[in-house]
Design a protein around this ligand. Structure first.
Ligand SMILES: Cc1ncc(COP(=O)(O)O)c(C=O)c1O
Length: 333
Protein backbone atom coordinates (compact mmCIF):
# COMPACT_ATOMS: atom_id res chain seq x y z
CA UNK A 1 0.00 0.00 0.00
CA UNK A 2 2.79 2.44 0.84
CA UNK A 3 4.13 2.03 -2.69
CA UNK A 4 0.95 3.66 -3.93
CA UNK A 5 1.08 7.43 -3.70
CA UNK A 6 -2.30 9.03 -3.26
CA UNK A 7 -3.53 11.07 -6.24
CA UNK A 8 -2.28 14.28 -4.70
CA UNK A 9 -2.22 17.69 -6.33
CA UNK A 10 0.87 19.32 -7.78
CA UNK A 11 3.32 20.70 -5.27
CA UNK A 12 6.40 22.84 -5.28
CA UNK A 13 9.51 21.64 -3.39
CA UNK A 14 10.18 23.92 -0.42
CA UNK A 15 11.33 21.57 2.36
CA UNK A 16 13.81 18.76 2.94
CA UNK A 17 12.14 15.33 2.99
CA UNK A 18 11.95 12.70 4.31
CA UNK A 19 12.47 14.13 7.78
CA UNK A 20 14.36 11.81 10.16
CA UNK A 21 12.61 9.14 12.21
CA UNK A 22 14.40 8.00 15.35
CA UNK A 23 13.81 6.31 18.70
CA UNK A 24 13.81 8.43 21.87
CA UNK A 25 15.79 5.82 23.78
CA UNK A 26 16.73 7.87 26.81
CA UNK A 27 13.23 9.32 27.23
CA UNK A 28 11.60 5.87 26.88
CA UNK A 29 14.01 4.45 29.45
CA UNK A 30 13.44 7.38 31.82
CA UNK A 31 9.67 6.87 31.67
CA UNK A 32 9.84 3.08 31.89
CA UNK A 33 6.75 2.79 29.67
CA UNK A 34 6.17 2.14 25.99
CA UNK A 35 8.78 2.75 23.36
CA UNK A 36 8.62 6.34 22.05
CA UNK A 37 9.89 7.49 18.67
CA UNK A 38 10.09 10.90 17.08
CA UNK A 39 9.44 12.19 13.56
CA UNK A 40 11.61 15.28 13.13
CA UNK A 41 9.56 17.79 11.16
CA UNK A 42 11.50 20.40 13.13
CA UNK A 43 14.23 19.47 10.62
CA UNK A 44 12.06 20.02 7.54
CA UNK A 45 14.43 22.66 6.26
CA UNK A 46 12.57 25.84 5.42
CA UNK A 47 13.45 28.70 7.80
CA UNK A 48 14.36 26.55 10.82
CA UNK A 49 11.82 23.85 10.00
CA UNK A 50 8.32 22.94 11.13
CA UNK A 51 5.14 21.29 9.95
CA UNK A 52 3.81 24.17 7.84
CA UNK A 53 6.20 23.61 4.95
CA UNK A 54 4.39 20.37 4.09
CA UNK A 55 1.17 22.35 3.64
CA UNK A 56 2.85 25.27 1.89
CA UNK A 57 4.27 22.99 -0.82
CA UNK A 58 0.70 22.37 -2.03
CA UNK A 59 -0.77 25.78 -1.24
CA UNK A 60 1.96 27.82 -2.88
CA UNK A 61 1.96 25.68 -6.01
CA UNK A 62 -1.72 26.58 -6.21
CA UNK A 63 -0.88 30.27 -5.65
CA UNK A 64 1.65 30.21 -8.51
CA UNK A 65 -0.77 28.36 -10.80
CA UNK A 66 -3.33 31.08 -10.11
CA UNK A 67 -0.78 33.74 -11.04
CA UNK A 68 -0.44 35.30 -7.60
CA UNK A 69 2.36 37.78 -6.93
CA UNK A 70 1.54 38.37 -3.26
CA UNK A 71 0.75 36.12 -0.29
CA UNK A 72 -1.42 37.05 2.67
CA UNK A 73 -1.78 34.96 5.78
CA UNK A 74 -2.51 35.37 9.48
CA UNK A 75 -1.48 34.06 12.85
CA UNK A 76 -0.49 34.84 16.39
CA UNK A 77 2.42 37.20 16.93
CA UNK A 78 4.81 34.23 17.31
CA UNK A 79 3.21 32.23 14.49
CA UNK A 80 5.43 29.54 13.00
CA UNK A 81 3.05 29.32 10.06
CA UNK A 82 3.63 33.01 9.29
CA UNK A 83 7.41 32.62 9.60
CA UNK A 84 7.52 29.70 7.17
CA UNK A 85 5.10 31.44 4.77
CA UNK A 86 7.30 34.56 4.80
CA UNK A 87 10.40 32.48 4.04
CA UNK A 88 8.67 30.56 1.24
CA UNK A 89 7.45 33.85 -0.26
CA UNK A 90 10.99 35.23 -0.19
CA UNK A 91 12.35 32.13 -1.91
CA UNK A 92 9.69 32.37 -4.66
CA UNK A 93 10.02 36.13 -5.15
CA UNK A 94 6.49 36.82 -3.87
CA UNK A 95 5.44 39.75 -1.70
CA UNK A 96 4.20 38.62 1.72
CA UNK A 97 1.73 40.27 4.11
CA UNK A 98 1.22 38.87 7.61
CA UNK A 99 -1.79 39.81 9.70
CA UNK A 100 -0.62 39.18 13.24
CA UNK A 101 -2.46 39.15 16.54
CA UNK A 102 -1.22 41.65 19.12
CA UNK A 103 0.56 44.98 18.84
CA UNK A 104 3.95 46.00 17.50
CA UNK A 105 6.39 45.15 20.31
CA UNK A 106 9.36 47.37 21.18
CA UNK A 107 11.71 44.53 20.22
CA UNK A 108 11.44 41.95 17.41
CA UNK A 109 12.06 38.49 18.83
CA UNK A 110 11.72 34.83 17.85
CA UNK A 111 9.49 34.22 14.83
CA UNK A 112 8.64 37.91 14.51
CA UNK A 113 12.30 38.77 14.04
CA UNK A 114 12.53 36.12 11.32
CA UNK A 115 9.34 37.40 9.61
CA UNK A 116 10.94 40.78 9.24
CA UNK A 117 14.26 39.29 8.03
CA UNK A 118 12.32 37.52 5.27
CA UNK A 119 10.97 40.91 4.21
CA UNK A 120 7.33 40.31 5.15
CA UNK A 121 4.98 43.28 5.64
CA UNK A 122 3.71 43.09 9.22
CA UNK A 123 0.14 44.20 10.07
CA UNK A 124 -0.74 44.10 13.76
CA UNK A 125 -4.40 43.27 14.39
CA UNK A 126 -4.74 43.53 18.20
CA UNK A 127 -7.07 40.86 19.57
CA UNK A 128 -7.84 39.51 16.07
CA UNK A 129 -5.25 36.79 15.54
CA UNK A 130 -7.22 34.57 13.17
CA UNK A 131 -7.15 36.67 10.04
CA UNK A 132 -10.32 38.68 10.57
CA UNK A 133 -8.66 41.66 8.82
CA UNK A 134 -7.57 39.70 5.72
CA UNK A 135 -10.52 40.56 3.42
CA UNK A 136 -9.97 44.31 3.83
CA UNK A 137 -6.23 43.93 3.30
CA UNK A 138 -6.77 41.78 0.19
CA UNK A 139 -9.12 44.42 -1.24
CA UNK A 140 -6.60 47.19 -0.71
CA UNK A 141 -3.83 45.14 -2.34
CA UNK A 142 -6.05 44.38 -5.34
CA UNK A 143 -6.87 48.09 -5.62
CA UNK A 144 -3.12 48.72 -5.68
CA UNK A 145 -2.75 46.35 -8.66
CA UNK A 146 -1.50 43.24 -6.80
CA UNK A 147 -2.69 39.67 -7.30
CA UNK A 148 -2.94 38.36 -3.72
CA UNK A 149 -3.41 34.72 -2.70
CA UNK A 150 -4.77 34.09 0.78
CA UNK A 151 -3.05 31.21 2.56
CA UNK A 152 -5.67 29.98 5.07
CA UNK A 153 -5.14 30.28 8.81
CA UNK A 154 -2.55 27.65 9.77
CA UNK A 155 -2.46 26.47 6.14
CA UNK A 156 -5.38 24.25 7.10
CA UNK A 157 -7.66 23.72 4.16
CA UNK A 158 -7.89 20.54 2.09
CA UNK A 159 -4.90 21.39 -0.07
CA UNK A 160 -2.70 22.11 2.97
CA UNK A 161 -3.88 18.98 4.78
CA UNK A 162 -2.89 16.87 1.77
CA UNK A 163 0.68 17.68 2.80
CA UNK A 164 0.12 15.66 5.95
CA UNK A 165 -1.59 12.81 4.15
CA UNK A 166 1.59 12.59 2.14
CA UNK A 167 3.64 12.82 5.36
CA UNK A 168 2.05 9.60 6.61
CA UNK A 169 2.95 7.85 3.37
CA UNK A 170 6.51 9.11 3.94
CA UNK A 171 6.49 7.67 7.47
CA UNK A 172 5.23 4.29 6.28
CA UNK A 173 8.14 4.09 3.88
CA UNK A 174 10.54 4.61 6.78
CA UNK A 175 9.30 1.77 8.98
CA UNK A 176 7.87 -1.72 8.52
CA UNK A 177 6.21 -2.00 11.90
CA UNK A 178 3.31 0.45 12.33
CA UNK A 179 3.02 2.67 15.39
CA UNK A 180 0.17 2.07 17.81
CA UNK A 181 -0.33 5.82 18.31
CA UNK A 182 0.83 9.03 16.65
CA UNK A 183 0.77 11.96 19.09
CA UNK A 184 1.11 15.58 18.01
CA UNK A 185 -0.05 19.15 18.62
CA UNK A 186 -3.40 19.90 16.98
CA UNK A 187 -4.37 23.53 16.51
CA UNK A 188 -5.78 24.67 13.17
CA UNK A 189 -6.37 21.02 12.26
CA UNK A 190 -4.54 20.44 8.97
CA UNK A 191 -1.89 18.19 10.48
CA UNK A 192 -4.53 16.12 12.25
CA UNK A 193 -6.85 15.90 9.23
CA UNK A 194 -4.11 14.85 6.82
CA UNK A 195 -2.74 12.16 9.14
CA UNK A 196 -6.21 10.81 9.96
CA UNK A 197 -7.37 10.67 6.35
CA UNK A 198 -4.21 8.87 5.24
CA UNK A 199 -4.34 6.43 8.20
CA UNK A 200 -7.88 5.51 7.20
CA UNK A 201 -6.93 5.29 3.53
CA UNK A 202 -4.02 2.96 4.29
CA UNK A 203 -6.05 1.04 6.93
CA UNK A 204 -3.28 1.51 9.48
CA UNK A 205 -3.80 0.09 12.99
CA UNK A 206 -2.63 3.42 14.38
CA UNK A 207 -4.53 5.84 16.58
CA UNK A 208 -4.09 9.44 15.41
CA UNK A 209 -4.08 11.22 18.78
CA UNK A 210 -4.09 15.01 18.65
CA UNK A 211 -3.36 17.08 21.74
CA UNK A 212 -5.45 20.21 21.47
CA UNK A 213 -3.46 23.44 21.86
CA UNK A 214 -5.92 26.30 21.42
CA UNK A 215 -9.43 26.19 22.84
CA UNK A 216 -10.76 29.07 20.73
CA UNK A 217 -12.64 28.03 17.61
CA UNK A 218 -11.30 29.17 14.23
CA UNK A 219 -14.56 29.92 12.47
CA UNK A 220 -17.44 29.44 14.83
CA UNK A 221 -18.11 25.70 14.46
CA UNK A 222 -16.79 23.24 17.07
CA UNK A 223 -13.20 22.14 16.37
CA UNK A 224 -14.15 18.44 16.31
CA UNK A 225 -16.66 19.17 13.55
CA UNK A 226 -14.08 21.14 11.57
CA UNK A 227 -11.61 18.29 11.95
CA UNK A 228 -14.12 15.72 10.78
CA UNK A 229 -15.15 17.70 7.74
CA UNK A 230 -11.55 18.54 6.73
CA UNK A 231 -10.43 14.92 7.24
CA UNK A 232 -13.37 13.69 5.19
CA UNK A 233 -12.53 16.13 2.37
CA UNK A 234 -8.96 14.78 2.23
CA UNK A 235 -10.10 11.15 2.42
CA UNK A 236 -12.62 11.70 -0.39
CA UNK A 237 -9.73 12.82 -2.59
CA UNK A 238 -7.79 9.67 -1.74
CA UNK A 239 -10.69 7.22 -1.92
CA UNK A 240 -14.00 8.73 -3.06
CA UNK A 241 -16.30 6.21 -1.33
CA UNK A 242 -14.53 6.00 2.05
CA UNK A 243 -16.08 7.59 5.11
CA UNK A 244 -14.94 8.82 8.49
CA UNK A 245 -17.20 9.20 11.51
CA UNK A 246 -17.08 11.35 14.66
CA UNK A 247 -15.54 8.40 16.58
CA UNK A 248 -12.48 8.54 14.33
CA UNK A 249 -11.57 11.96 15.73
CA UNK A 250 -9.32 11.44 18.76
CA UNK A 251 -8.58 14.80 20.32
CA UNK A 252 -7.36 15.17 23.89
CA UNK A 253 -8.39 18.52 25.40
CA UNK A 254 -6.90 18.02 28.86
CA UNK A 255 -3.75 20.05 28.35
CA UNK A 256 -5.03 23.50 27.36
CA UNK A 257 -3.47 24.97 30.52
CA UNK A 258 -3.82 28.72 30.91
CA UNK A 259 -4.76 29.16 27.24
CA UNK A 260 -3.08 29.54 23.88
CA UNK A 261 0.56 30.57 24.06
CA UNK A 262 0.77 30.64 27.85
CA UNK A 263 3.76 28.56 28.92
CA UNK A 264 3.03 26.81 32.22
CA UNK A 265 4.91 24.36 34.41
CA UNK A 266 3.96 21.27 32.31
CA UNK A 267 5.31 22.81 29.09
CA UNK A 268 8.52 23.90 30.83
CA UNK A 269 9.03 20.44 32.30
CA UNK A 270 8.50 18.79 28.94
CA UNK A 271 10.87 21.19 27.17
CA UNK A 272 13.55 20.68 29.85
CA UNK A 273 13.19 16.91 29.81
CA UNK A 274 13.53 16.59 26.04
CA UNK A 275 16.44 19.03 25.97
CA UNK A 276 18.32 17.34 28.80
CA UNK A 277 17.62 13.71 27.88
CA UNK A 278 17.58 13.86 24.10
CA UNK A 279 19.22 17.16 23.07
CA UNK A 280 16.02 18.04 21.18
CA UNK A 281 14.30 21.42 21.38
CA UNK A 282 10.55 21.73 21.78
CA UNK A 283 8.61 25.00 21.77
CA UNK A 284 6.52 26.66 24.50
CA UNK A 285 3.25 26.84 22.52
CA UNK A 286 2.77 23.60 20.55
CA UNK A 287 5.28 20.78 20.92
CA UNK A 288 6.05 21.56 24.57
CA UNK A 289 2.33 21.29 25.35
CA UNK A 290 1.83 18.16 23.21
CA UNK A 291 4.83 16.46 24.82
CA UNK A 292 3.58 17.46 28.29
CA UNK A 293 0.34 15.69 27.37
CA UNK A 294 2.16 12.61 26.14
CA UNK A 295 4.31 12.44 29.29
CA UNK A 296 1.22 12.72 31.48
CA UNK A 297 -0.61 10.02 29.53
CA UNK A 298 2.39 7.67 29.87
CA UNK A 299 2.62 8.39 33.59
CA UNK A 300 -1.10 7.74 34.05
CA UNK A 301 -0.74 4.32 32.38
CA UNK A 302 -2.81 5.27 29.34
CA UNK A 303 -0.55 3.16 27.08
CA UNK A 304 0.54 -0.47 27.44
CA UNK A 305 4.20 -1.50 27.59
CA UNK A 306 3.88 -3.08 24.13
CA UNK A 307 2.64 0.12 22.51
CA UNK A 308 4.94 1.89 20.09
CA UNK A 309 4.29 5.61 20.17
CA UNK A 310 5.37 8.20 17.65
CA UNK A 311 5.68 11.81 18.77
CA UNK A 312 5.42 13.92 15.61
CA UNK A 313 7.66 16.94 16.24
CA UNK A 314 5.93 19.77 14.37
CA UNK A 315 8.64 22.40 14.92
CA UNK A 316 8.27 25.81 16.56
CA UNK A 317 11.60 26.18 18.39
CA UNK A 318 12.21 29.81 17.23
CA UNK A 319 9.42 30.87 19.63
CA UNK A 320 11.60 29.79 22.57
CA UNK A 321 13.58 33.00 22.24
CA UNK A 322 10.45 35.12 22.71
CA UNK A 323 9.87 33.39 26.08
CA UNK A 324 13.34 34.01 27.51
CA UNK A 325 12.12 36.41 30.20
CA UNK A 326 9.33 34.12 31.40
CA UNK A 327 11.70 31.21 31.40
CA UNK A 328 14.23 33.07 33.55
CA UNK A 329 11.52 34.31 35.93
CA UNK A 330 9.93 30.89 36.40
CA UNK A 331 13.21 29.06 36.74
CA UNK A 332 14.77 31.71 38.99
CA UNK A 333 17.86 31.71 36.77
C1 LIG B 1 4.99 24.14 15.84
C2 LIG B 1 3.57 23.82 15.52
N1 LIG B 1 3.10 22.61 15.85
C3 LIG B 1 1.83 22.26 15.59
C4 LIG B 1 0.96 23.14 14.99
C5 LIG B 1 -0.44 22.69 14.76
O1 LIG B 1 -0.64 22.28 13.46
P1 LIG B 1 -2.08 22.45 12.80
O2 LIG B 1 -2.31 23.92 12.72
O3 LIG B 1 -1.97 21.79 11.51
O4 LIG B 1 -3.07 21.83 13.72
C6 LIG B 1 1.41 24.41 14.63
C7 LIG B 1 0.46 25.36 14.01
O5 LIG B 1 0.62 26.53 14.02
C8 LIG B 1 2.75 24.76 14.89
O6 LIG B 1 3.24 25.97 14.57
Amino acid sequence: MTEMLPPLSERIALGVFPTPLSPLRRLSEHLGGPSIWIKRDDLSGLALGGNKVRKLEYLLQNALTEGADTLITAGAIQSNHCRQTAAAAASLGLECHLVLGGYAPPLLQGNLLLDSLFGAHLHFAGSKRKGEDIPALAESLIAAGKRPYVVPYGGSNKLGALGFANALVELCRQTQEPFSHIVFASSSGGTHAGLLAAAKWMALPTQILGIRIDKEENNGSPFQQQLLSLSQDVLTDLEPLANLSAEDIVLNEDYLGQGYGVMGEPEQEAISLMASLEGILLDPVYTGRAMAGLLDLVQKGHFSAEDKILFWHTGGAPAIFAYADEWAANRHL
